[in-house]
Design a binder for this molecule. Structure first.
Ligand code: VJV
Ligand code: CA
Ligand code: ZN
Length: 380
């Protein structure tokens, strides 16, 4: 069903538990775990399952969550259900930021521990050298904080994974191409030079979560070890790829990470229900291909993405890229839910002509220069 490209084909592990796609945030909530099922079907119908090591993941344990999250928050998460919510201590909904973005739904704790368990399993495969690349499309929930959920994220599987990687790796690079700022990960490692965080995102001071301006560069030992690339609506393939490569290339050369985590939030694609960028599947995937080309161990995670058919397209394409294979553009005939991919039935529908590109050449050039100035500090 596919051919191997000129790229290196590393040992790739794929971490998934179909149970995670059965949870519902609520009717009309934009986050749909079902997109993970759609992705898994597309990945396997292209035959990619046959060339990866597949692992059905187990839930993260309470102790694993406590490596980052506070005791009272983990306690709350593990106890609260739509039925017990009324019996929880007064004020706990406010205290724990429960609301429309992060509702209490049936099975919330099982959902959170499952996607986190998958990231931790993936991390373990990288640490023991069984995988060169480990993929968990159900992870990448970058907003969760130590003591509360935020922006559809309850447990921060990325922070938990990085904490684990730090036991064996001197320097971890975190790259976030989700439409939103990777605030939870940045905050957790803001004062250390052992984790470099970089996020590309929409920024105007108001857009969720409101952080991620150029001047957020880390503090104390972590000063110059956080980088933010604020962007405006409508950025196109060419400007995004150019900016991405011109920042990531010198960053990897200077920081010399021993492992890379890439969060591949698919809400940076054109036509996303919550999005405002104009990226096509190939451009998003080009950022993954570029990071892979450095040949470092990689943990690849999902994240946002609110137009399920396009989420599954881009993550399937990226699964191909990471395995060094070229996928034919026609969606395979044998896939369940094939009607979701009509009328084009293509892996690469045209996702453009939606938003005006508000990022002028001058603005992007200024962002690039400011970022490169920060990277120059790394060499001392
Ligand atoms: O903008 C916000 C916060 C508000 C308060 C809560 N209301 C519902 C929305 C405005 C200020 N939240 C963002 C959160 C985005 C999270 C992105 C997560 C990720 O992709 O980075 C990683 C997984 C936001 N944008 C859109 C919505 N919330 C939204 C939430 C809903 C909704 C429609 C839009 C929740 C429930 C329902 N509709 C029914
Ligand atoms: Ca981002
Ligand atoms: Zn997002």
């Amino acid at each position: 069903p596919f051919e191997f490209g000129a790229d290196y084909s590393p040992n790739v592990s794929y971490h998934f538990n179909a149970d995670v796609s059965q949870f519902h945030y609520g009717v009309k909530h934009p986050m749909k775990p079902f997109r993970l099922m759609l992705t898994d079907h597309l990945v396997s119908s292209y035959g990619l399952h046959k060339i990866m090591d597949l692992y059905e993941t187990r839930p993260a344990t309470r102790d694993e969550l406590l490596e980052f999250h506070s005791k009272d928050y983990v306690e709350f998460l593990s106890k609260v259900t739509p039925d017990t919510i009324a019996k929880m201590p007064r004020g706990s909904l406010e205290k724990f930021n429960i609301g429309d973005d992060c509702p209490i739904f049936q099975g919330l704790y099982d959902y959170s521990t499952l996607y986190a368990g998958a990231s931790l399993d993936a991390t373990r495969k990288l640490i023991n050298g069984q995988s060169e690349i480990a993929i968990n499309w159900s992870g990448g929930l970058h907003h969760a904080k130590k003591g509360n959920p935020s922006g559809f994220c309850y447990v921060n599987d990325i922070v938990l994974s990085i904490i684990n990687l730090l036991r064996y790796h001197p320097r971890v690079l975190y790259i976030d191409i989700d439409l939103h700022h990777g605030d939870g990960v940045q905050e957790a490692f803001y004062t250390t030079d052992r984790v470099f965080t970089v996020s590309f995102h929409k920024y105007n001071g108001e857009f969720f979560p409101g952080t991620g301006n150029l001047d957020e560069i880390g503090c104390s030992r972590g000063k110059h070890f956080a980088l933010n690339v604020p962007l405006d609506d409508g950025i196109d393939d060419e400007s995004y790829i150019n900016l991405f490569k011109s920042i990531i290339d010198p960053l990897i050369s200077s920081y010399r990470p021993t492992v890379i985590i890439q969060q591949c939030g698919a809400d940076s694609l054109g036509h996303d229900r919550l999005g405002c960028f104009n990226l096509n599947v190939k451009a998003h995937g080009e950022c993954v291909k570029f990071v892979k080309s450095f040949g470092l161990p990689m943990l690849v995670l999902g994240g946002g993405g609110y137009t399920p058919r396009n989420v599954s397209r881009v993550w399937t394409y990226e699964t191909g890229v990471l395995n060094g294979v070229l996928l034919p553009k026609d969606i395979p005939e044998n896939i369940p839910f094939r009607d979701w991919f009509g009328p084009d039935f293509s892996l690469h529908p045209v996702l453009d002509e939606l938003y005006e590109n508000k990022n002028t050449k001058k603005f992007l050039e200024n962002v690039r220069i400011r970022c490169l100035e920060n990277i120059r500090y790394l060499q001392g």
